[in-house]
Design a binder for this molecule. Structure first.
Ligand code: PLP
Length: 399
């Protein structure tokens, strides 16, 4: 029986202070105490149920964190002001100076830049590996390795990580497996597959409205508590807390995530099949031709499809740019980075969200300069969208 993250959210009962069907927004940065004893106890993590200061915990953030933990099947969660805050805080909490990480070479460009350019400041080193090569992952583990890092579905190549096999390697060597599940909320449940820490950019599918930047960390209670420890918790001390007003709006959007994921997935599948028929070079994990198709079919939760991201390869960045401008002119969607929006977004990954990755590394990992990544929207008439894209391809004489 597969895990059903949507059912976990369906069964949540979170009410507002006065019985409101939506939890109340607590727009207070600090909280009063009836006595000094409780204040001291709360500071030292000894008192349960009291709030101290909103950089530590805020009731509205707690509602959203609890909902995300339910969705992931973890004991706890903590919401951050961005996806990068979630990733960097979780890594810095686990790694000290002199430590080492093994990371998928294909990650979001900001993550790659943090691992490659920023961590050396702290004398933390990283070995980058092909996330689909389990032998390479295991071989890269060193005595000082603390974390194996990957994305469930990588950005932008859409490779699938074998999370259970990676968790076996991590457990064998006593290291933590951290998985960025931004591309596949609901579809993949990394913690249920053995990952220790799950991170999200909620800016993307989870919020789905492109009106906020936010992130989340889901893990054991012990790990979340360690992040907000007043003496040495990375999140408590670096302070990337999410604003409670945003937590409230994201929580409401989280409740429609399952419906949106199904629609993103079915629209993406439709386009991927049509692109295949046209002879366009297309990558989509839902297609049998995709290298990770069997793996994702085995590990995914049923009913949410294969996700909303597809990539086509036009060979050169000039062709990619021309197509994207034409598609925007004709109303297919927007030439914009980011993903998980109700409108279709497209960008040339090598020159945008993966531009932090040096060109030679892009080439080595198989990232073509002509790759156009689509985050397929919630279009009700996807056939019409396809016909418009087809007319753009015809105008460019690509088909
Ligand atoms: N992880 C992935 C897979 C992403 O695509 C992104 C942003 O594009 C991030 C993390 C960073 O998230 P944020 O922009 O919310 O900091």
């Amino acid at each position: 029986m597969k895990f059903d993250p949507a059912k976990e959210i369906q069964h949540l009962e979170q009410f507002g202070e006065f019985g409101g069907v939506n939890p109340s927004i607590t727009d207070s940065s600090t909280f009063t105490f009836l006595g000094t004893d409780t204040m001291e106890g709360t500071f030292h993590g000894e008192t349960q149920g009291c709030f101290l200061y909103s950089r530590h915990w805020n009731p509205t953030n707690k509602y959203l964190s609890d909902a995300l933990a339910a969705m992931e099947g973890t004991e706890a969660g903590w919401v951050t002001a961005s996806g990068m805050a979630a990733i960097t805080n979780a890594i810095l909490q686990l790694c000290n100076s002199g430590d080492h990480l093994v990371s998928s070479v294909t990650t979001y460009g900001g993550t790659f830049a943090f691992l490659k350019n920023y961590l050396p400041k702290f004398n933390i080193s990283v070995t980058f590996v092909d996330p689909t090569d389990l032998d390479a992952i295991e071989k890269a583990v060193q005595p000082n390795t603390k974390v194996i890092y990957t994305e469930s579905m990588t950005n932008p190549l859409l490779q699938i990580s074998d999370i259970s096999a990676m968790a076996d390697i991590a457990n064998k060597h006593g290291v933590k497996l951290m998985v960025d599940n931004t591309f596949t909320p609901m579809i993949v449940a990394p913690f249920k597959l053995g990952a220790h820490i799950v991170v999200y950019s909620m800016t993307k599918f989870i919020n789905g409205k492109n009106d906020a930047v936010a992130g989340a960390i889901c893990a054991s209670q012990e790990f979340i508590d360690s992040l907000i420890d007043v003496n040495n918790g990375t999140s408590m001390l670096l302070g990337p807390v999410l604003d409670p007003m945003r937590s409230s709006s994201i929580l409401k959007n989280l409740n429609t995530l399952h419906i949106r994921m199904k629609q993103h997935s079915s629209n993406a599948m439709y386009l991927a099949e049509k692109f295949t028929e046209l002879g366009v070079k297309v990558s989509y994990p839902g297609l049998k031709s995709h290298k990770g198709h069997e793996l994702i079919t085995r590990i995914m939760n049923p009913k949410f499809g294969y996700g909303g991201l597809i990539a086509i390869d036009l060979g050169t960045s000039e062709k990619a740019n021309q197509l994207m401008e034409l598609m925007q002119d004709k109303g297919v969607g927007y030439l914009a980075v980011s993903l998980g929006y109700f409108k279709t977004l497209f960008s040339n990954s090598g020159k945008s969200t993966s531009s932090e990755v040096p060109e030679d590394v892009q080439k080595d990992m198989g990232l073509s300069e002509g790759l156009v990544r689509f985050s397929v929207g919630l279009d009700n008439d996807i056939e019409d969208t396809f016909l418009t894209i087809e007319s753009c391809l015809k105008e460019m004489k690509l088909i």
